[in-house]
Write a protein of this length. Structure first.
Ligand SMILES: *[C@@H]1O[C@H](CO)[C@@H](O)[C@H](O)[C@H]1NC(C)=O
Ligand SMILES: *[C@@H]1O[C@H](CO)[C@@H](O)[C@H](O)[C@H]1NC(C)=O
Ligand SMILES: *[C@@H]1O[C@H](CO)[C@@H](O)[C@H](O)[C@H]1NC(C)=O
Ligand SMILES: *[C@@H]1O[C@H](CO)[C@@H](O)[C@H](O)[C@H]1NC(C)=O
Length: 280
């Protein structure tokens, strides 16, 4: 019984929803005459329609814009180029926005934005197309501007000299002058062994920054003479350079004061004795 009711409900709700969407299509202005879309001469000034774009309304019209490539990864100072094109011909103005040196809008079906040198850290280019009846439509081009790390260094936080077995120490890896920090992956090593891989949690800035990563270690006696180092790599995704920009720190050598050697044990006992003398 119940099963036979469901198709009816589905059908009714479908009819109801299409009845709601009906007035929307009534209120959209009727398409203009073909002569209005493509004026015979280019004398008709498109500037009034440009002001429509200023509040950046959501694009409602079907819009067949395409940008090639669809995203860009570029090193600061390198050239950049992207081609915005449309496959639907009833648009009459195609342009780029949000750029310091945007090309002149065109009535053609593609427009290339290119620069010899990228000199901004935060670029959010947008390609738009305007038409009489469809309103504006737009497409963003995601751009990542990067800078390889200037230098990577490693040190112990608040500690110099030999270490004690079982105590906790903090290793600190500093990556200098890198952008964007959110794409940075830092790995700590002991000799050839990778210890941990870290990312910056909340630095979303696009300008170069110096970022510090830490790792707590508590050395055992086997760590005497161990070499610690860290490596910073920019993970820029598939659009990035073939070999990701990276830099390594120098080695820092761990020297343990308390080892299992008898001589060291003697030293320890002497130290303990001196300590007890002080207490007494
Ligand atoms: C831009 O893209 C359009 C459409 O794919 C193509 O016809 C045109 O040749 C391209 N222009 C450049 C300069 O790459
Ligand atoms: C390192 O030492 C400085 C000054 O002695 C102190 O302000 C800081 O909190 C210490 N850092 C850590 C991680 O212990
Ligand atoms: C650091 O030490 C490792 C071995 O532990 C060695 O392979 C590497 O070349 C050293 N790096 C530098 C910069 O000396
Ligand atoms: C990142 O988070 C830490 C603590 O979670 C906070 O102390 C620090 O100020 C934050 N940094 C930024 C740039 O928001």
């Amino acid at each position: 019984m119940c099963e036979s009711v469901w198709p009816v409900i589905v059908l009714l709700s479908h009819l109801f929803s299409s009845a709601i969407s009906l007035p929307v299509s009534i209120y959209t202005p009727p398409p203009p005459l073909p002569s209005q879309i493509w004026p015979p001469s280019s004398s008709s000034a498109p500037s009034p329609s440009l002001s429509v774009l200023q509040p950046t309304p959501p694009s409602l019209s079907p819009c067949l814009l395409m940008i090639s490539p669809s995203s860009l990864v570029v090193r600061f100072g390198d050239p950049v180029k992207a081609n915005c094109s449309l496959s639907q011909m009833d648009f009459y103005l195609l342009g780029w926005e949000n750029l310091q040196r945007a090309p002149q809008p065109t009535q053609g079906n593609f427009l290339v934005w290119s620069e010899d040198r990228v000199t901004e850290w935060s670029i959010k280019p947008m390609c738009y197309a305007l038409s009489d009846h469809g309103g504006p439509c737009q497409l963003h081009l995601p751009v990542t501007v990067y800078k390889p790390p200037e230098k990577v260094s490693i040190s112990f936080v608040n500690h110099t000299g030999p270490m004690f077995e079982g105590h906790q120490y903090t290793l600190q890896c500093t990556v200098w002058d890198v952008a964007p920090v959110k794409n940075l992956i830092v790995r700590f090593f002991r000799g050839e062994t990778e210890l941990v891989q870290l990312k910056s949690i909340n630095n979303t800035g696009q300008k170069p920054a110096t970022e510090t990563f830490t790792l707590d270690i508590s050395p055992s006696k086997d760590d005497n003479g161990a070499q610690y180092w860290c490596e910073a790599k920019l993970d820029l995704g598939p659009g990035g350079p073939e070999s990701p920009p990276m830099a390594k720190s120098e080695n820092i050598t761990a020297t343990l004061l308390w080892t299992s050697h008898c001589s060291s044990r003697a030293v320890v006992l002497i130290l303990l004795f001196i300590q007890m003398k002080i207490w007494l």
